[in-house]
Design a protein around this ligand. Structure first.
Ligand SMILES: NC(=O)c1cc2c(N)ncc(C(N)=O)c2s1
Length: 322
């Protein structure tokens, strides 16, 4: 029969177990980089629970055993995207953009106008509203099945919890961490001896995909919403009108977008933002060129993997600051 621990010995073991479990939980949630098996985590967690139940006067609110839900859930519930969240074809040169435009013109039989938008360096987010209330938020996942991040999305300041009208709609966009929030977060993590995030996109992913939404709340995430998915609204004929409607409903849209009736206008936009990239308060990794007419988007449809009516012009990767 093991000797009964003194209170001081129990306190020491409890603090060590809590510290270890917090490190493991942070690796699991913040960086999707667990360094122990779930079983080893669970056994250690149970050790702490047993010690705290033997010495209840040593239980403190900050103990991981006191966290809502207590144990470390191992995954989010899943969401099926009725309309798949497709990725996009990538191009890397103006010649390829000319070819894209030629394919589009050939398919629709006439020149088309485009809507040109910055490609935000974040992670895709779908928001579903029922009778004007935020019902569910989900990540892209594999395009058909995403993760339910509703509790986390409710902590993001620029996501409307209630719409100005009782609409049942789905909208999509990007969840991002602005550069200033990213710098502040990494400084805090460095001071706490935690591993820092490699870039704002990883930080946004690690922050949105938190099982403890109280952590998400601290991370200063924001969004740019750019797609009005369902239901089709008769009065909305173009991507430009869709984006204006999204703004009217209270969503954050990216104000830099333009309508372009010539490739030169698109080239000018690309050149401008490739130069201005570093001065933007958020990360971008390219420009998205979309056929502006929603009817033509429908007519062009999708290939097996990507839409035929939009393309991502990718900038050269940023040179990491040494
Ligand atoms: N279809 C996708 O995967 C997209 C991804 C993105 C992105 N990361 N940022 C901006 C847009 C946009 N403005 O449409 C899109 S569209």
């Amino acid at each position: 029969m093991a000797e009964k621990l003194t209170k001081e010995q129990a306190q020491e073991q409890i603090l060590a177990l809590r510290a270890q479990l917090n490190v493991w939980a942070e690796q699991y949630y913040d960086r999707d980089a667990p360094t122990v098996s779930d079983r080893e985590y669970d056994l250690t967690y149970q050790q702490l629970v047993n010690l705290e139940s033997e010495f209840p006067e040593l239980i403190t609110p900050d103990s991981i055993t006191q966290r809502v839900g207590g144990t470390v859930e191992d995954e989010f519930s899943k969401v099926r995207h009725e309309i798949p969240m497709l990725s996009m074809g990538d191009i890397f040169s103006k010649e390829e953009l000319i070819e894209f435009d030629q394919r589009v013109q050939k398919a629709v039989g006439k020149p088309v106008d485009y809507h040109v938008e910055l490609k935000i360096d974040g992670l895709s987010l779908a928001l579903e509203y029922r009778l004007g209330k935020l019902f569910r938020a989900s990540t892209r996942g594999n395009g058909s099945i995403g993760e339910d991040v509703t509790a986390n999305a409710r902590t993001i300041a620029d996501i409307p919890q209630t719409l100005p009208e009782p609409l049942t709609i789905e909208v999509r966009g990007e969840c991002l961490m602005p550069k200033a929030a990213f710098a502040k977060l990494n400084e805090k993590r460095e001071q706490a001896g935690l591993q820092v995030f490699a870039n704002p996109r990883n930080a946004a992913a690690g922050s949105l995909r938190q099982l403890d939404e109280k952590v998400t709340r601290e991370r200063e995430l924001s969004t740019f919403i750019y797609t009005y998915v369902t239901p089709p609204v008769a009065a909305i004929k173009t991507q430009q009108e869709a984006v204006h409607e999204l703004a009217r409903l209270g969503f954050t849209i990216n104000e830099t977008s333009i309508e372009a009736s010539s490739l030169d206008q698109i080239f000018e936009f690309i050149d401008h933002y490739e130069q201005e990239r570093d001065s933007l308060p958020y990360g971008i990794d390219g420009v998205v060129i979309k056929v502006n007419s929603l009817q033509l988007q429908e007519q062009l449809g999708n290939t097996v993997k990507v839409p035929r009516w939009e393309i991502a012009y990718k900038f050269a990767p940023e040179v990491a600051e040494t």
